[in-house]
Design a protein around this ligand. Structure first.
Ligand SMILES: [Zn+2]
Length: 173
């Protein structure tokens, strides 16, 4: 992490690339060609963090959310291994409490539960809006607020075990 941070903030890698990436073959010739930089390539970092992990040690797993969670877990276990306190561990700033409110629809009793999490998986609605001239699918723009609203929307649980009613009931989450 130190090496990566140093590489990113030092500016040593923010230099113009000798040639555009091989994947880029065409650009509008009327305009000035885009400038590229080699930058810090993430492959070495991913290989190191993914070492020993069933999925991340290969190219199979490409889920960025799972990778971020794996990275946070690795940093925590490394801190623990080195005997460092959790209070001085930078990953603590990512952790937050996700509160869940459950209400029994029969006795109306409300229960709260707080889980310590690092990430919130927001649903992003994909509404297709035709294709562009290259045949690439176009999607409707989604606002972050909409994703947060649908994440926090009320859900009905049909098989909730209420400790007050002592039976399976319908609950609102
Ligand atoms: Zn109840």
């Amino acid at each position: 992490m130190l090496k990566l941070g140093d590489g990113l903030v030092s500016g040593r890698y923010s230099v113009k690339a000798k040639a555009p990436p091989a994947s880029l073959t065409e650009y509008d010739t009327d305009q000035e060609p885009p400038k590229f930089q080699e930058g810090v390539k993430p492959s070495q970092f991913k290989a190191l963090i993914g070492k020993g992990h069933e999925e991340f040690s290969t190219m199979r797993q490409q889920d960025s959310e799972e990778f971020l969670q794996h990275l946070i877990d690795r940093l925590r276990s490394e801190a623990k291994r080195q005997g460092r306190s959790e209070d001085t561990e930078p990953t603590k700033h990512l952790k937050f409490g996700m509160e869940q409110r459950l209400q029994c629809q029969e006795c109306r009793r409300v229960g709260y539960k707080v889980d310590g999490v690092d990430l919130a998986s927001l649903p992003v609605e994909a509404v297709e809006q035709g294709v562009n001239e290259d045949g690439k699918k176009l999607f409707k723009q989604v606002r972050l607020e909409e994703c947060l609203e649908s994440f926090c929307a009320t859900e009905t649980l049909s098989d909730y075990s209420c400790s007050n009613c002592q039976k399976r009931v319908t609950a609102e989450k």
